[in-house]
Design a protein. Sequence first.
Length: 153
Amino acid sequence: MARWPPDSNAINPVKVPPQRSSETNGVVNAALALPFLQPYNHKSDVWSFGCCCYEMATQKQAFNARDINALVYRVVRGKVARLPALYSDTLNDIVQSMLATDTDNRPTVDALLQMKYVQRHIERFLGNQAKSAEPPPPLLQPRRPIPSFPGVH
């Protein structure tokens, strides 16, 4: 059975210098527990996955701050910037919903997997487009062609 709050050394998104006291580690544990304010459940994993998706799309952490107090504030507030414009509005909405601080507003794994957008991309990934008459929506928004530069391949 998983321990709550989790050990800060196991999943700590904040690098706590080793010379810091165990009191600092306790604050980090509290920061990790704050968005949930409830015992661990599967929706906690959805929030973590949302953080991973956000970071993959933006190359930035969903919640970044100069110190632990600012980090706690940002996590509790739960507001993150929109995904870059090259990603579809639907994908942005899905990632934003996974980062909802209120677990009642956060989708379950089953709900995510039942979304037509997700199902179409799973089918596409698995090569089962025959199941769907509609082509899957693009992950990325249409973009202008990138200009070519002489000597660059």
